[in-house]
Design a protein around this ligand. Sequence first.
Ligand code: NAD
Ligand code: UFG
Length: 337
Amino acid sequence: MSILITGGAGYIGSHTCVEMLAAGYEVVVIDNLSNGSKLAIERVEQITGKSVRFYNADVRNKEALCRIFEENSIDAVVHFAGYKAIGESVKEPLMYYENNIVNTLTLLEVMREFGVKKMVFSSSASVYGKSEAMPVSEDAPLCAISPYGRTKLFIEEMLRDLYASDNSWCMALLRYFNPVGAHQSGMIGEAPKEIPNNLMPYISQVAVGKLEHLNVFGNDYNTSDGTGSRDYIHVVDLAKGHVKAVEWTMSESGCEAFNLGTGKGTTVMELRDAFVRTNGVDIPYVVTSRRPGDCDVLYACADKARSELNWQAQLSIEDMCRDTWNWQKNNPDGYEK
Ligand code: NAD
Ligand code: UFG
């Protein structure tokens, strides 16, 4: 079976390519390399000893997409391609709506034209906005608070409408919590092109000496040590969740959301301390003011993924810290060199 992975040269996409190939699927990737790297695809091939059919093209380009569907017998699509920086989406909302929404619309039109009606979509815990009840389950009220989060919410709504109009579609909307870590080989990982916005890549760039210290955004939250708490999930666990979700689309019809998280919250200081302890490196830090829009605590109820997808996260915070550092120290400049 052949799976088209949009955005497969990116962080989560490249790890998902590895797990899809390991599970015996053939993998076709479309990526415009706006935030991905061709080297990530080459490394996926080295890790798995299998080849990936790679198209350097934009998902908004209907002709290019049609050519891919003509040249390959695609059974299902895993759709990662899109922009993902919350802060940038506030400054450039149209850029986010244009890429994330238009590329999904174009993809769905082409899928329908070719009779491919199975999709796994990268949604995000950001669709929960400021949820009060923890852990947050899939039926919690949806309310995104950034343009980025709204693109995910609108796409989810689009997919639900499409399914309501034609029940032969099957779509899994995967709401990721906080993906971190890297493949155990240290050959693929997260490679931010600019100063990272997210905690784990920031910590690892401090560890490697590219950044001076960690800024801890507030220590007056309602948590055990006052710093924000999130549900960090190893990217390899997340990638395996996509294999399970693809299997689910093969045997079901429906349009269902699934949280992919561990169900456990870890604070900023707990993550920083685990990184120091696991890797024997120092991470100096300074407590600064809160980052606007951040909530105290966010972690998943992952029961639905366990019961319906037969998926559960396996890897620990220590695994996440070890694998992040292994990737970072071997590739201090990401895929640049
Ligand atoms: P990433 O930027 O590393 O990967 C996205 C890939 O898509 C990149 O390789 C980029 O070049 C490509 N791309 C973007 N627009 C494209 C287009 N129009 N045509 C073709 N290729 C295009 O991001 P990631 O962290 O791997 O995230 C993957 C998906 O998961 C995104 O949709 C993101 O919103 C979602 N997500 C990520 C996180 C996270 O923390 N990383 C959390 C929740 C959801
Ligand atoms: N933080 C710091 N210093 C930093 C970066 C982050 O203290 O330099 C703190 C934040 O305040 C927060 C925690 O670390 O308490 C995690 O922040 P991240 O930026 O790593 O992650 P977020 O939870 O803010 O956002 C992530 C993804 C989004 C996704 C969201 C879902 O980046 O794509 O989870 O809730 F939408």
